[in-house]
Design a protein around this ligand. Sequence first.
Ligand SMILES: [Zn+2]
Length: 238
Amino acid sequence: MQEGYYLDPYQTRLDTHVVRHRDGGVVLADTLCYPQGGGQPGDTGTLTLADGTALPIENTRRDPESGDIVHFLPENAQFPPSGTAVTVDIDWARRHRHMRMHTCLHMLSEVLKYEVTSGNLTADSGRLDFNLPEGEELDKDDIEARLNRMVDEDRPVVMKMIPSAELITQPDLIASMALPPPLDKPDVHLVEIQGVSLEPCGGTHVRSTAEVGHMVVRKIENKGKRNKRVVVAFAQQD
Ligand SMILES: [Zn+2]
């Protein structure tokens, strides 16, 4: 199965066919829908049949057992049988906001170089939780200014796929990453914000930091003695 969301996150339409049904959804021969995971929601969109019937894709998730990407359809929908030709259109406005927010969270984890304990995003906001040294405080205005400086620098964001066997021979590169890359698969997916960071990530990102757009720090919450939650949102809610 080609998983187009990784190879080209800007592709919004794909002609493919139904392979099988699975727990309230359909598995397709190929897809470009991002399956919910890594704090990013699954894609929504439309599945259109040759006769013009349009079925809403309500969510996309990976089946943990088979690894299949399942496109969830409404309960009362008539599921197209296996072999049916379909066109997938993703809800691009929503996905693009996910891509901008996801890229912003990589930038935030560089602005605040602390251990990240969790993260999550929607089309409107994103958050990371950090473990800080005791007594350390965060400055909302400073975080915002540094994020927006990175936006103004218009740095290219590049996806890379490196064979695990090759990466293992570069311990310095591995050591430079904020997270250890998973080396149990043939290839490691990396995202590089040029001049800023290189991290393992299989998610969807925009092409440059300028495309993220200006951000605001909506709030900083205490989630424990050392844990702080930083919530960011788009400055322009268009
Ligand atoms: Zn990412």
